[in-house]
Design a protein around this ligand. Structure first.
Ligand SMILES: Nc1ncnc2c1ncn2[C@@H]1O[C@H](COP(=O)(O)OP(=O)(O)OP(=O)(O)O)[C@@H](O)[C@H]1O
Ligand SMILES: [Mg+2]
Length: 342
């Protein structure tokens, strides 16, 4: 298969590619303007891209929300054609021990490159939280010594894995999870460009399952589209293989009514479909969080109970009885206390 990569099929007269790029890559934003969400932070990056004096930066945040993309867009906009010469990118797939920092990064920092006036070389350290503290330590002096010619851009999921001295040398930009409306905007654009057939429930399901992660939303969109040809809620949940929120909603509704039989029935249904206790409890949480039928006070109590159950499951007791216990507690909260008097 790999031999055919990039070649058009011999008998094809169309211009269609024989294989398709994953949409996440196909629609990776090329310029900062195309990145959705985190408006203020992106604005700051745009100002930097325009003025040219890029500080050392750390971008941190959850997976799939545009960190790597932003750093690349910024570097492209700053350096233009000189990108190849002026950027050294190292990510977690590269060796990044102390030796590499000493040799590769230092050599790059010392290298003379012709850049547009007022611009600096950029070292991109993606997934920087996986660098050992030792390797990070050895960057401290390098960052200072070569600051007038070389700037560092880190991207990471957890900024606390970056050692303090480096944090203090950098401007830290924190990316938040993307909002539903922001995911929707991008999904709609892609649906239009790829001619995807969808209904509103399908898009809502994609957003529900992605939880603010654009990469996941786009990947699930593509999988549903190529697997079923139509993006509906049912198809999305089949692809994502998560408990269907409608079933979970029915289960919670039964709890609100104090109907343990009904809620256990739904729970058994999910359990028999093979979902693990974690899958179920996580979906229960997400459903409860956005369920309008539950009064605020009850919702808070429910979330407390779900939290405790989640903890017990993570400690290793992920049995049906554990989940049944949760259902029982949720039901009990809505029953009148008199019922319990003997
Ligand atoms: N804010 C965004 N706007 C538009 N597309 C986005 C955005 N965030 C993510 N994407 C899409 O998701 C893909 C992955 O994004 P990116 O590589 O920037 O994630 P990341 O934040 O670096 O995640 P990780 O922490 O896993 O490295 C991109 O190719 C793009 O298609
Ligand atoms: Mg990344």
């Amino acid at each position: 298969m790999s031999a055919d990569k990039g070649k058009a099929p011999a008998n094809s007269s169309t211009t269609a590619l024989p294989y398709e790029l994953p949409w996440v890559e196909k629609y990776r934003p090329k310029i900062l303007d195309d990145i959705v969400g985190n408006g203020e932070t992106i604005e700051r990056l745009k100002v930097i891209a325009k003025d040219g004096n890029c500080p050392h930066i750390i971008i941190s945040g959850m997976p799939g929300i545009g960190k790597t993309t932003s750093v690349h867009c910024l570097a492209h906009q700053l350096l233009g054609d000189a990108y190849k010469e002026g950027v050294l990118e190292l990510n977690a797939s590269d060796e990044r021990g102390i030796d590499v920092v000493r040799n590769k990064i230092k050599t790059f920092a010392q290298k003379k490159v012709t850049l547009p006036p007022g611009r600096h070389k950029i070292v991109i350290l993606d997934e920087a939280d996986s660098m050992t503290p030792g390797a990070q330590q050895s960057l401290r002096r390098i960052m200072e010594l070569y600051a007038n010619t070389t700037r560092f851009a880190y991207a990471c999921n957890m900024s606390n894995k970056i050692i303090e001295p480096i944090q203090s040398r950098c401007a830290i930009l924190r990316y938040a999870k993307l909002k539903d409306a922001e995911l929707l905007k991008r999904l709609l654009e892609i649906c239009e460009m790829e001619d995807v057939k969808y209904n509103d429930d399908g898009l809502t399901a994609l957003i529900f399952t992605a939880e603010g992660d654009m990469r996941q939303a786009i990947n699930n969109l593509q999988s549903t589209h190529s697997g079923f040809g139509f993006v509906s809620a049912d198809n999305v949940f089949k692809v994502c293989d998560q408990p269907h929120p409608v079933t979970v909603q029915a289960m919670i509704s039964a709890c609100i009514k104090g109907d343990i039989d009904q809620s256990m029935e739904k729970l058994n249904e999910l359990w028999n479909q093979g979902y693990s206790a974690v899958d179920i409890v996580v979906t229960v949480f997400r459903v409860v969080k956005t369920f309008d039928e539950i009064p605020e006070y009850t919702k808070l109590e429910y979330i407390k109970e779900i939290g405790f159950t989640h903890m017990r499951i993570l400690e290793g007791v992920g049995t049906l009885i554990q989940l049944g216990g949760l259902m029982a507690r949720l039901c009990k909260m809505n029953l009148k206390p008199e019922l319990f008097k003997i």
